[in-house]
Design a protein around this ligand. Structure first.
Ligand code: GAP
Length: 444
């Protein structure tokens, strides 16, 4: 993980947030390539989940909802971790994770292990961030930053049913920031307090819930293979009954083998009719499906939920490689070309040569209208290739002496390092075709 963190910083993917003020634990800002990679992840998710399906609509609900939403959903009463405080070292620990924690003194021990440790009884600590809406600061103005995007979907169920004229099975998809006051954030972006979720609530007739639950586990697992993650690094793990959330009658995690071990990448849950029933009771608005023939029922919900951050880390871990090429070390990100932040680099071999510089600039201007491409004319060509390798750019087009003679360019492949020549006028079509080709990581 340290190598990934260092590459992210060096190449401007991710910076520690508020750094000039000493930072704010486990909070990060995204630089240029980080933004491009996040956009690729989000737009691919939206394309697969919404654009390419007949049974899906999108929504973008508010971050701050009526606080009654979080009472009805069970988050005010139950979205909490059990915590203990140490009266000696003044640190706070998750009571259910004491074995994985270290106390504040050196040499560090498990909390409660030394005679000096003085732990309180466990208390429930709510993970929702509170805020105040309006000028008053009393209980009536207390509101919460959403800890999941899902509830914004449930409270819009009736709108979508009526306005979008949907009939189960159908889904509502949403991407957006969620906030949790995590007690033990860490492992870079893996567990942070502010993250971007991509959630979809799929409403189905109750009798079909198990079938759709299995279906979505399969769909989401395949999606990770499609974005280039290695099959050996992925697995599906079904939760035991004790592990499941209060609303779930079945949950499976799609796990990735992160450097910290097998961990949840995405969760797929069968939420039953819990949420629609809770909001019906609390709001007095019936959230149910009524068919043309009078048939009525509260749909069950299947929910695949993930954060861009967990996918971001998995992609970088899967892609990162250190190789020796022609006796020189190179660090490379073998990212799937379709998800790479930059699709191609345009490099004039000798930037001060006017002919090469002009042709490179013209090609760049043509390509940038359709693709995320980068023009780089600073430094030796070898260093420019290595810079692009480190950000995962799959191809580099080099304009050289021969270009001036026959209007061809060299294309260099990031993974195989193979080079071929093609007409400069055919580069856009070549790139189009190359991006549509199936891709497999060279990593084993
Ligand atoms: N609506 C259901 C829900 O929010 P969850 O398992 O708590 O379920 C769903 O979260 C997904 O959100 C997780 O699978 C993970 O990808 C992501 N996630 C949760 N907490 C996170 C955190 N603190 N930092 C980054 N991602 C997180």
């Amino acid at each position: 993980m340290d190598k990934i963190v260092s590459l992210c910083r060096r190449r401007g993917f991710v910076f520690p947030s508020s750094e000039i003020y000493g930072g704010l634990g486990s909070t990060y800002d995204y630089g240029h390539y980080g933004v491009l990679l996040k956009n690729e992840i989000r737009s691919r998710w939206l394309r697969t989940m919404v654009q390419e399906r007949d049974d899906m609509v999108a929504i973008d609900s508010a971050v701050i909802l009526n606080p009654a939403v979080w009472v009805a959903s069970g988050h005010v009463a139950g979205f909490s971790d059990p915590l203990v405080d140490c009266r000696t070292c003044k640190l706070r620990f998750r009571a259910d994770k004491l074995d994985d924690s270290s106390c504040g003194r050196k040499p560090s021990k498990r909390p409660g292990e030394t005679p000096d440790c003085d732990l309180t009884e466990p208390r429930q600590f709510n993970l929702m961030f509170q805020t105040q809406v309006g000028a008053m600061e009393d209980a009536s103005s207390t509101a919460y930053l959403r800890p999941e995007t899902a509830q914004g979907i449930f409270i819009n169920f009736k709108n979508v049913l009526q306005i979008a004229r949907r009939k189960p099975p159908f889904g509502i998809a949403q991407t957006g920031k969620s906030f949790r006051n995590e007690i033990t954030p860490g492992n870079f972006l893996f567990r942070v307090r502010e993250f971007e979720q991509m959630e979809m609530e799929y409403f189905v007739p109750p009798a079909e819930a198990v079938q759709w639950y299995e279906y979505w586990i399969g769909e989401r697992y395949s999606w990770y293979l499609d974005i280039g993650l290695r099959e050996t690094m992925l697995r599906v793990r079904e939760h035991s009954a004790e592990e499941r959330s209060h609303y779930s009658s079945g949950t499976s995690d799609i796990e990735y083998l992160y450097p910290i071990g097998w961990q949840e990448l995405e969760g797929v849950a069968n939420r039953g009719d819990y949420d629609l029933t809770q909001h019906t009771q609390a709001s007095g608005t019936k959230l149910e499906y009524v068919g043309p023939d009078g048939e009525r029922y509260t749909p069950y919900v299947i929910e695949p939920a993930v954060s861009i951050e967990r996918i971001f880390v998995a992609l970088l871990c899967d892609a990162y490689d250190e190789e020796v090429v022609n006796d020189r070390d190179r660090t490379v990100l073998h990212l799937h070309p379709a998800i790479a932040p930059v699709k191609a680099a345009i490099l004039p071999l000798i930037p001060r040569d006017e002919g090469m510089a002009t042709r490179a600039r013209t090609l760049f201007e043509e390509l940038r209208r359709r693709f995320a491409v980068e023009h780089d004319d600073s430094g030796q060509i070898g260093r420019r290739y290595r810079r692009q390798d480190e950000i995962g750019t799959p191809w580099a087009f080099t304009i050289d002496e021969q270009t001036l003679e026959d209007e061809t360019v060299t294309v260099r492949d990031r993974d195989s390092l193979a080079q071929e020549r093609l007409p400069i006028g055919g580069v856009a079509a070549w790139l189009d075709e190359a991006l549509a080709r199936p891709w497999r990581t060279p990593k084993t």
